[in-house]
Design a protein around this ligand. Structure first.
Ligand SMILES: [Zn+2]
Length: 117
């Protein structure tokens, strides 16, 4: 029954790292306002289909990433205490390119300069 959720307990996320704020049934039920470093799973905790959060950049635009392996590309959640997602996020926000990893609850920005020109 709850085998997977025992191993992968979001409740043990450490303070200060990204945290699960809600699990909803459909993407259009994701709250319009999310706290900083708060994320929402669409589907169920055991079988999430989408990951939604606000970009950690200043513009805080919404990012919606599919976790469904039938889609290409898709993202994967690490079964770790702190939020880990791969591959990286690379999107065009209102203020330019946002390219970063989320590893162990931390945002690792990939230098824009390394990719420019
Ligand atoms: Zn952004």
């Amino acid at each position: 029954m709850a085998k997977l959720s025992k191993k992968w307990s979001w409740g043990r996320l450490l303070p200060g790292s990204w945290r699960l704020v809600a699990t909803v049934d459909a993407a259009d039920e994701v709250p319009l306002r999310l706290p900083r470093r708060g994320f929402v799973l669409v589907g169920s905790r055991q079988r999430p289909r989408w990951l939604a959060f606000d970009c950690p950049c200043r513009a805080r635009h919404r990012v919606l990433a599919t976790l469904d392996s039938a889609h290409s590309p898709h993202w994967n959640l690490g079964r770790t205490r702190k939020l880990t997602v791969w591959p990286s996020f690379d999107c065009r926000g209102p203020a330019g390119r946002c390219h970063y990893f989320i590893r162990d609850g931390r945002v690792l920005w990939i230098s824009e300069k390394a990719w420019a020109k």
